[in-house]
Design a protein. Structure first.
Lengths: 212, 212
């Protein structure tokens, strides 16, 4: 019971932080602002978090879980070919970043906190490996060109996806549209010529799903 | 004379900030640390900069100029085909980020300051446009596939380059090796099949130039 209450308090602090980071940015948010918005004492805060940075790491962790769940939902069950799932998964994640403030803030924090904590490197090492694994499965399903190196292709797609997230967050423009342009060019490098038409169609449908 | 002295002081503050950001990170560096390292008074600091953020913006500005100069040096005079210059330019920039602490810090700050100032968006809008313009020139030189859209290809290369910079800064691994892997995959999407061998050779040579 006490534990459930503690968990509620912890989440209330995280939610307040997300609101404030979203409104003002991480750098402009003081610890006092978080306490006031969450309606908790300094003691309650330090029971859960060592510092403002530790709080940011929790926001990043929640972001990482949300992203992974959104991606997996389009991957399981693996009815469609591997690469089709990967394409749809990247659009599901892009949509989440564009529509969910907690995910958007988590995305921005994970990009900007590399210097102040090891959460950045940890997140990116883990997600890079997981993503390249999915591409290797697609390779197993015969989706990629025979001469494609699945490790390199996985890395390039991953860089395309996070590059889109990063650039759209920095400039503040349409992440989904950018992702579609990047996939359109990349597909030519990674799938066999006869499959191009099919995957362009997947791309079109992923874009349409995205605006609903 | 007084102006020259002021300029020296300004640069000394920037150099001290780069050292400290490099050693501890931006978030862990206080204004007092910068004043002490630079050996200047608070008054001297505020004569040149409004805040720590303004100082960071100056570091980003210097980074942007260094990057642009390194890129242009491989572009002018445009003796080689456009795309060859672009490939070599991206390696020159990667090498600079890996070897010059001021450029590395500027790169990291430009990535992480999107939330606290408009320097991030400004830098990325400007450099995105400039980069895509170079790709359009390469297209004019006949380097790209007939069916390639130069705007989209320029954007994808740009995302590949900044995605590499971002991921290698976050994880702390070899930017130049990652850039080579990304180019290797991308080339297949953007140059005509008969030119692939030539551009793979350019890539090899850019990598060798890079280790000297």
């Amino acid at each position: 019971m006490a534990q459930a209450r503690a968990e509620v308090t912890r989440q209330r602090i995280i939610d307040a932080a997300v609101e404030l980071f979203n409104e003002r940015g991480f750098g402009e948010t003081g610890l006092a602002d978080v306490l006031q918005r969450a309606g908790v004492t300094k003691g309650a805060f330090y029971y859960h978090f060592d510092s403002k940075d530790a709080l940011a790491v929790s926001v990043i962790d929640q972001f990482q879980i949300a992203i992974r769940d959104a991606f997996r939902k389009t991957i399981d069950p693996p009815a469609a070919p591997g690469l089709e799932n990967i394409i749809r998964g990247t659009f599901a994640v892009a949509r989440l970043i564009q529509t969910d403030p907690a995910v958007r803030v988590g995305n921005e924090l994970s990009q900007s906190l590399g210097q102040v904590s090891d959460a950045g490197p940890r997140v990116f090492r883990q997600t890079s490996v997981a993503f390249v694994d999915e591409v290797k499965k697609a390779f197993g399903a015969g989706d990629l060109r025979d001469d494609a190196n699945p490790d390199d292709v996985g890395e390039v797609i991953w860089i395309g996806v996070i590059g889109c997230q990063f650039l759209s967050a920095a400039i503040g423009d349409d992440l989904v549209a950018r992702l579609a342009r990047v996939w359109h060019v990349l597909l030519r490098a990674i799938v066999p010529e006869p499959s191009l038409g099919f995957f362009y169609e997947v791309l079109e449908r992923s874009l349409r799903d995205n605006v609903r």
